[in-house]
Design a protein around this ligand. Structure first.
Ligand code: ADE
Length: 258
């Protein structure tokens, strides 16, 4: 999978994604990422300006349409025809739909994704209309630019690409995979600061451990994320209590018992 990022700060993307699991996945060729500097496409050859005042007044500067469009065209031209036709271009903006695990799953099926990182007071609407397919936010707060949100999304998407996580990493039961948060986990030593590892985890009884973990996940989700718990409940409605089977009482028996 190939991530293309249009940004004014390519070094942020390069450095942010080069470490750890995502960096290793890039080195091994499971994913690629490339940050392209929008400033390189400025029509202003002297100052490489990419922003200007807003028509109608208002504070702050707006990113202009032309450098973004030319940057996009440059990236799109490197992508083969059949993939370019269905290319998704994500504008990271607090005005978008809020990113979640389902979106990460959906995006991880794409071969290429282009991210547009905004800065200043925003981007000229006309270029957004022309190139953007998805408006995505990482939450209801405002950051100084789109680079961190783009990296957050790329990390969450990339780890779902086959090969990116090794077996041990991907075998982990994960928060959100079924609307439940992950259960508490413990490592050595068995006792730390007077706190003991729950004895059931030392029992060696896998069925009991699994049941305990599920129970803990449910409790934790209920306490910390009641919104997720509600979703889980819809998919896992409580089972009605088993009806007690009426014992067939033999006529003779009943007579005997009287
Ligand atoms: N740009 C600034 N804030 C943002 C947010 N919360 N999500 C996505 N892009 C942003």
């Amino acid at each position: 999978m190939n991530f293309h990022v249009m940004t004014l700060f390519p070094e942020m993307i390069e450095q942010g994604l080069s470490a750890s699991i995502i960096g290793r996945a890039r080195d091994k060729g499971f994913i690629s990422f490339e940050a392209t500097n929008i400033r390189d496409y400025s029509g202003d050859l002297r100052h490489h300006k990419v922003d200007d005042y807003t028509y109608g007044g208002g504070a702050g500067m707006l990113m202009q349409a032309q450098p973004i469009y030319d940057c996009y065209r440059h990236i799109a031209d490197t992508i083969p025809d059949e993939r370019r036709k269905c290319l998704r271009v994500i504008y990271v903006t607090p005005q978008g739909s809020v990113f979640d695990q389902n979106m990460a799953k959906e995006f991880s099926k794409e071969e290429d994704l282009i991210f547009l990182c905004g800065h200043y007071e925003g981007v000229d609407e006309r270029v957004l209309e022309e190139i953007v397919t998805d408006y995505v936010s990482i939450g209801d707060y405002v950051l100084t630019g789109g680079e961190l949100p783009a990296m957050v999304m790329i990390d969450a998407i990339a780890r779902l690409v086959p090969g990116v996580l090794n077996n041990e990493e991907s075998a982990n039961t994960e928060s959100f995979s079924n609307y439940l948060l992950e259960y508490p986990q413990y490592s050595r030593p068995e006792e730390w600061m007077g706190k003991k590892v729950p004895s059931i985890l030392l029992s060696g009884d896998h069925k009991k451990v699994d049941d305990w973990r599920l129970e803990q996940s449910i409790e934790r989700t209920k306490m910390r994320r009641p919104d997720l718990y509600e979703k889980w409940l819809i998919e896992n409605p409580p089972k009605p209590p088993k009806k007690k089977r009426k014992r067939h009482i033999d006529r003779d028996d009943s007579q005997n018992s009287q």
